[in-house]
Write a protein of this length. Structure first.
Length: 259
């Protein structure tokens, strides 16, 4: 089943049972992103129903996403919300706009779903941060991840820094961010950025197998476990132990019919 497209953001969705596929659909522009893209992504997150368990995020064509649309770098006034406009806006207003952009990324780890980024070709800047926003990543063997923002005088501001540190640790994240160097698929897999690396013609099958494995777990246990894993990266051990105990008691009560 295919849902209506959101052509202004070049994002389209399709649904197959409990799996929702979200596709960046600007292949001729290497799926370059704009504020309209982020608004469309946030709208997808807002519209999720409880039957969606897995979200697959992908890019049409030969690249996942080459980052920001070039027009956003124009220093002149830009009706699309370019960087120059943000720089001229009052600080509180500009920060609020960026926080709104971040909503297009943060929902990918919201309770109830597990998200998978299917990454081929380049994932640069905003594209890399979108892949990092997902719970899991499957890369083709020619994929490259890169966060070049500091080399352009900017910073990663679309949730990328916290997600990268969670995935690879402080030192690696610092080096990747500050040098802006590309991280190839093999290195990404070795450092834990990629869950799997496959040939380009095997990406669809690999993502489908992973989604199938995720769906094989009973839904309540899956969602409770995902919540525990997400909280573990921020909780101290005592708090996390208590969260595990509470979740397990709830699971046992549910399995016993609420007694």
């Amino acid at each position: 089943m295919t849902s209506p497209n959101t052509p202004d953001g070049f994002v389209r969705t399709s649904r197959d049972g409990a799996v929702l596929t979200v596709t960046l659909d600007r292949p001729e522009q290497l799926n370059a992103q704009t504020p309209a893209t982020w608004a469309a992504l946030a709208a997808v997150g807002d519209s999720l129903d409880d039957d969606v368990r897995v979200v697959v995020l992908r890019g049409a064509g030969r690249s996942f996403s080459a980052g920001l649309d070039r027009s956003l770098f124009d220093p002149q006034p830009n009706t699309d919300g370019g960087l120059g406009d943000l720089g001229r806006a009052p600080a509180e207003e500009a920060q609020q706009r960026i926080r709104e952009y971040q909503r297009g990324f943060r929902w990918l780890r919201q309770p109830g779903i597990v998200s998978i980024a299917a990454v081929q070709g380049h994932a640069i800047g905003a594209g890399c941060q979108l892949a990092l926003a997902c719970d899991l990543r499957v890369l083709t063997d020619d994929a490259q991840l890169r966060l070049p923002e500091p080399t352009l005088g900017l910073v990663p501001d679309l949730t990328g820094t916290s997600n990268l540190v969670e995935l690879v640790g402080y030192s690696r994240a610092m080096e990747i961010c500050l040098t802006g160097r590309p991280v190839g698929a093999a290195e990404a897999h070795a450092m834990g950025l990629a869950n799997a690396v496959v040939p380009a013609d095997g990406l669809d099958a690999a993502v489908a197998r992973l989604a199938e494995a995720l769906l094989a777990v009973p839904v309540a246990a899956s969602r409770a476990t995902a919540a525990l894993v997400r909280s573990a990266v921020r909780n101290d051990p005592e708090t996390q132990d208590a969260a595990e105990a509470a979740a397990q008691v709830q699971r046992l009560r549910d399995l016993a019919g609420g007694r």
